[in-house]
Design a protein around this ligand. Sequence first.
Ligand code: CA
Ligand code: CA
Ligand code: CA
Ligand code: CA
Length: 211
Amino acid sequence: MSTSSTISEDVKPGTVLTMMNVQDPDSDENGKVHCALDENVHFAMTSASNNFFTLVTESDLDREIASQYNITVTCSDEGVPSLSSSVTLTLQISDVNDNAPVFDSSSYEGYIVENNTPGLSIFTVRARDADWNQKARVSYILEDSSVNGVPVPLIALFDYEQIKDFHFRVKAQDGGSPPLSSNVIVKILIKDQNDTLLRSLPSPDWWLSGG
Ligand SMILES: [Ca+2]
Ligand SMILES: [Ca+2]
Ligand SMILES: [Ca+2]
Ligand SMILES: [Ca+2]
């Protein structure tokens, strides 16, 4: 029996990991063998026939909880005193893309003071993915992000007198195949500045004719 092997985290309970044929050349009780596992809730040892043993998974596995198990099998005969031997199997659990990215917050809200400096950072949106490597690599995609038909990334300056708030969606997508994704709504409020006094004053002509 090989002492290290790899199995995918999505195998069903009852999946056979390995089969063992345990030889004990003694006769009668001295040659009768029983095999048992050390305490390990995820695996079980079954005996198919004489001296033939099968190691199976007994529950669902989750690489995000445990990515490796050391399973010690001890076989002993019925002789008196009993003789036994042990072998330890190292089982690696390989990753399946079974987690979508999860945003740090269920929604985001921020504000921009109008007449903002273009390129200003408002806040950071972040999503984490519990899987491994490429299956946990998150890309962010802006969706439904237009204000009066203009895509948000193209708007350099915001004017409170034209728009007071807007929202868009950010999609976080992992690098799995197929990819998994999740969405979050980002709401942006534009804050007013006192910048329209001159625009709203009557023109000098008005003063002359009407005053
Ligand atoms: Ca998992
Ligand atoms: Ca993932
Ligand atoms: Ca996984
Ligand atoms: Ca204003």
